[in-house]
Design a binder for this molecule. Structure first.
Ligand code: FE
Length: 139
């Protein structure tokens, strides 16, 4: 992953073969980004999207193999238990330009990923909410 910084914004590129979520997390750790937003687009060929099922409080993951556009990746950066915590969603599209979307846990880049990470000066943690079953912002 390479980047160029302009003030509190980082223009980033993730290379072919890199796993996007890990690359973004490592980047945030290395650049001391504790709070912020991520947006980007690209192409990937091994993607895991999920849906959080509110009744069972579990994610149902689905893997997509083959050529897909990452038509939109959107997310936020916060902290939990002293570690970087990314919350990412993505929309992907196939050869028929049909789209699938969900909570993004993994995407192996097949072409490129071009993103912007905006660092916000501050820190927000997360706490597991028993009722909902998710790690919510803890203000
Ligand atoms: Fe989510």
């Amino acid at each position: 992953m390479t980047h160029k910084q302009f003030g509190n914004k980082y223009i980033v590129r993730v290379a072919k073969g890199e796993e996007l979520v890990k690359a973004l997390k490592d980047f945030c750790r290395e650049n001391d980004i504790k709070l912020g937003v991520i947006s980007g687009l690209g192409a990937a060929d091994k993607i895991t999207l999920g849906l959080f099922k509110t009744k069972t409080k579990e994610y149902s993951p689905k893997e997509f193999l083959g050529d897909f556009e990452l038509t939109s990746v959107l997310g936020n950066i916060s902290r939990m238990n002293g570690e970087i915590y990314l919350h990412l969603h993505a929309t992907i599209s196939d050869e028929a330009c049909q789209a699938f979307g969900g909570h993004l846990t993994s995407a192996v880049i097949s072409g490129t990923f071009e993103g912007v990470i905006e660092k916000i000066d501050g820190e927000i943690g997360r706490k597991y909410n028993e009722d909902i079953g998710l790690n919510l912002y803890d203000f």
